[in-house]
Design a protein around this ligand. Structure first.
Ligand code: SAM
Length: 209
């Protein structure tokens, strides 16, 4: 049964003017940000799991961090971005949203940043930086996860790569790495993982205690 066409008609639409302006800002600068239903999914996980502290890899212009921070007034987020220009936009947007005291933006390369320098632990880690580095990010930052915490990764179905004929060598290598990451998650018996066809595909890995 294909539920997608029906779900499209009963799914909440993004109507908030500020969020729409951030989405337009990202689109104009050709910066990829999370799909709206992906953001709603994150918000629901935060509410379901009572998440208080989040580490995000890949801030871009702050859209997802702001969207997550909106769910609860006591939520704290640390978010990492390596692109200085995007960081400037993110800081401005976070300030305009009134969340500067709850969202800490760090300029760093998530591939090499020492996780011990972050003020963990975090109840949730949201991986949304370079898509080829999933395993590396997972293994590098899981030490910051609170016991029983949750790691969510975006774009694990990357534009429906599993049904595409991919001619570009770079794209093929990228999707092979995403596929490797998805299969890697299943080998991690210390996590319970599910992949959801939400947004661009999101994996949810809950650490088992
Ligand atoms: C998909 S965008 C993030 C979108 C954002 N989470 C949202 O939904 O609003 C990915 C971001 O990760 C950043 N990025 C990629 N590799 C990175 C790295 N190694 N360290 C830090 N940031 C990185 C990119 O510059 C880009 O802004």
């Amino acid at each position: 049964m294909k539920a997608e066409p029906y779900l499209h008609t009963v799914r909440a639409k993004e109507t908030d003017a500020f969020s729409l302006s951030l989405r337009a800002q990202a689109e104009a600068a050709d910066i990829p940000i999370i799909a709206y239903d992906g953001l709603c999914f994150l918000q629901q996980i935060i509410l379901m799991r009572g998440v208080n502290r989040i580490l995000e890899l890949g801030t871009a212009i702050g859209y997802s961090a702001i969207g997550m921070a909106r769910v609860r007034h006591d939520l704290e987020i640390v978010t990492i971005e390596r692109d200085a220009e995007r960081l400037d936009s993110a800081r401005q947007n976070i300030d305009a949203a009134g969340f500067s005291s709850r969202i800490t933006v760090i300029e760093a390369d998530a591939r090499t940043l020492d996780p011990n320098t972050l003020k963990g632990p975090f109840d949730m880690i949201f991986i949304d930086a370079s898509k080829s580095q999933g395993i590396h990010y997972f293994e590098r930052y899981e030490s910051c996860l609170a016991p029983g915490g949750i790691i969510v990764t975006d774009n694990v179905l990357f534009h429906g790569f599993h049904e595409m004929t991919i001619r570009s060598r770079n794209l093929r290598q990228l999707t092979q790495k995403i596929d490797r990451f998805n299969r890697y998650l299943l080998t991690r018996k210390d996590y319970h993982t599910m992949i959801y066809p939400v947004g661009d595909g999101m994996s949810v890995s809950i650490q088992l205690r």
